[in-house]
Design a binder for this molecule. Structure first.
Ligand code: UD1
Length: 418
């Protein structure tokens, strides 16, 4: 099993380029089967969540090509299978997005309950009730969701929660329905707007993404497209927090500063200097920062749950006490015992963590328990005194491409064992 070995205590200096967002590429790949023509997505990272989505697409009949420049081309002309095998669905929660496009294209889909990040119960009830309101018949027997869209129609749907995945799934399930579908209480994340732009570039008629109401006018057909998804705001945020923790001066290129304005607003209160110009973000930090009184995760444009553990790692070595409330997922504090092994002072009660900053962390043997938590352990290791060994890094590989080479290029001492 691969591990990261990190010798901490070095400042970070240099520049890196941000690739396309995993959370955009995954729904866009799913949406690519809405046409019979070829679709190319540019600037995609080599990460295991995307590899698994490509395996699923290949399994249902797509021809997939990938080049060294990060271009992925999907030829979805001859889909022959309406079923997503259990093993693949379990590895990738985002397989649930395929329900909408499969039903739009093939009128049938059979998919097992999806897996994904180990961050607590992740129900799909909002996906299922929305699909049912669109006239789709779903049989939930035998661990599979057996769906039939023969009677699909436009509808007015109010989502119980602004779920990102459910908003995306319902957008993709509605593109061919005659008439106008209206989705209310939608998620407003930038990845939703990216999906709208992608669908419209294929000939769909979707509007309103980025607000809580999305309107989809049914069309008969979509065509192929070459598209560049938005950059990954969570990857950008992770490296910004790394620089804040380690001290130094780094610059991110190919980012969209507005997408992480909640992080930039928070860090600007801690005495690190952040400046943004067009697609560049620069951060300069002198090491030990002031704690943030409160961090509350919230739907976009609030503070993203996907940056919560990385921010917690930063708070462990900041001056003062910080209260972190996780409002989106119930068990997103699984990394706390690992951070405590490294000398952090954290107490958790329900969905709130109190982090009392210590002067420094020390190296230890720790295990990644989920994707973002794993990244936060790498950050903690970079800032700690001594050697940190991070195990189970297959969690990190789901979303972070080339973490060791990128951090090494910024001056960190990190290697990966095979
Ligand atoms: C997406 C992101 C993930 C991010 C999350 C929240 C992708 C591939 N993943 O996940 O990185 O952490 O948004 O920003 O884009 N819920 C229900 N019923 C449902 C669906 C969701 O109760 O049917 C609840 C979830 O349990 C959770 C909340 O809604 O508490 C938000 O989940 P959701 O927005 O759906 O997250 P994902 O789309 O799974």
């Amino acid at each position: 099993m691969s591990r990261y070995i990190i010798e901490g205590g070095r400042p970070l200096e240099g520049c890196l380029r941000i690739k396309a967002a995993k959370n955009s590429v995954l729904p866009l790949l799913a949406a690519s089967i809405l046409t019979q023509e070829k679709v190319t997505l540019q600037n995609c990272p080599q990460i295991s969540d995307i590899k698994n989505m490509l395996k699923i697409l290949t399994g249902i009949g797509c021809v997939v090509e990938r080049d060294d420049e990060g271009n992925i081309t999907i030829d979805p002309k001859d889909l022959y299978c309406e079923q997503i095998p259990c093993v693949l669905a379990k590895e990738l929660r985002s397989s649930v997005f395929l329900m909408g496009p499969m039903l739009s294209r093939m009128k049938k889909a059979k998919i097992s309950y999806p897996g994904g990040c180990e961050i607590g119960m992740r129900p799909i009830d909002i996906h299922l009730s929305g699909l049912r309101e669109l006239g789709i018949v779903i049989d939930e027997e035998s661990g599979y969701l057996d769906c039939d869209a023969a009677g699909a129609h436009a509808a007015q749907i109010l989502l119980d929660l602004p779920s990102v995945g459910a908003t995306e799934n319902l957008m993709m399930a509605s593109v061919f329905n005659k008439g106008t579908t209206v989705l209310r209480n939608c998620a407003k994340e930038p990845e939703i707007t990216d999906l709208q732009n992608f669908l419209n570039a294929m000939g769909a008629r979707v509007s309103g993404a980025g607000s809580s109401m999305i309107v989809i006018e049914g069309v008969n057909k979509l065509h192929g497209v070459t598209y560049r998804p938005i950059p990954d705001r969570i990857i950008a945020g992770t490296y910004i927090i790394a620089a804040a923790m380690c001290g130094g001066n780094i610059c991110l290129e190919g980012a969209i500063p507005e997408h992480i304005s909640s992080l930039i607003a928070k860090l600007s209160k801690t005495a690190c200097k952040i400046s943004c110009k067009n697609d560049k973000i620069s951060i300069r930090s002198k090491g030990r920062l002031k704690s943030l009184e409160r961090i509350d995760t919230m739907y976009y444009p609030g503070f993203p749950t996907d940056l919560q553990t990385q921010m917690m790692a930063l708070q462990t070595i900041s001056r003062g006490t910080s209260v972190i409330a996780e409002n989106i997922f119930e068990t997103r504090f699984k990394t706390v015992p690992q951070l405590i092994k490294m000398g952090a002072d954290i107490t958790v009660r329900d969905r709130t963590a109190v982090v009392r900053g210590v002067p420094r962390l020390h190296g230890a043997q720790v295990s990644a328990t989920d994707l973002r938590g794993g990244a936060s352990l790498v950050l903690a290791g970079l800032a700690a005194e001594g050697v940190t060994e991070v195990k189970d890094i297959y969690h990190i590989d789901r979303g972070y491409e080339d973490m060791a080479p990128i951090l090494s290029s910024l001056g960190a001492k990190i290697s990966r064992t095979v």
